[in-house]
Write a protein that binds this ligand. Structure first.
Ligand code: ZN
Length: 165
């Protein structure tokens, strides 16, 4: 699928969203009663995040937090991720991971991502801010790092390193 280049207005909007989350990260804390925990490491940039989450018996993410150090993109992505996931099912979280991955690598645009996950359309709108990284392949790993850590968390693995393109 061809994805059109971002126009300047959209690019500016996306940068504002990312800077806001990078400066004022949401849920930047350890979830005390977490049911899973995983660390992610991006050696290309030096980003490190630890994701903790509380998953309820009915398979919903009740609380998600992160602690980490890294570039603005990785912190903003982690912050947006924690907001997007609250109350979502594990299945929806996995679909969001796929959507973010496809947005960041330029496989799909925001509308296509929303169509895939209608129950989280509002979150996808915000997460689309990350799609600006598709012009900077090195940054894709920064943006997807917290999401890889989340998947490790949900899969019961303790660690992940972003090595894909
Ligand atoms: Zn980074």
């Amino acid at each position: 699928m061809n994805v059109a280049p971002l126009n300047d207005d959209l690019r500016t909007l996306y940068q504002e969203v990312i800077l806001d989350h990078a400066k004022h990260p949401r849920n930047a804390r350890l979830v005390e009663r977490h049911t899973c925990k995983a660390q992610g490491n991006n050696p290309m940039c030096g980003d490190r995040v630890t994701v903790t989450a509380q998953v309820s018996d009915d398979g919903r993410l009740r609380d998600v937090g992160f602690e980490g150090k890294g570039c603005a993109i990785s912190i903003a992505s982690a912050s947006m991720m924690t907001e997007a996931l609250n109350g979502q099912t594990i299945a929806a979280a996995r679909r969001l991971f796929d959507a973010v991955h496809d947005l960041c690598t330029g496989k799909i645009d925001a509308d296509a991502a929303k169509a895939k996950i209608p129950e989280a359309a509002e979150s996808v709108d915000k997460l689309a801010s990350l799609s600006g990284v598709r012009q900077f392949p090195v940054r894709v790993k920064c943006a997807t790092l917290p999401w890889h850590a989340l998947m490790s968390c949900l899969d019961g693995k303790g660690q992940t390193t972003t090595t894909e393109k």
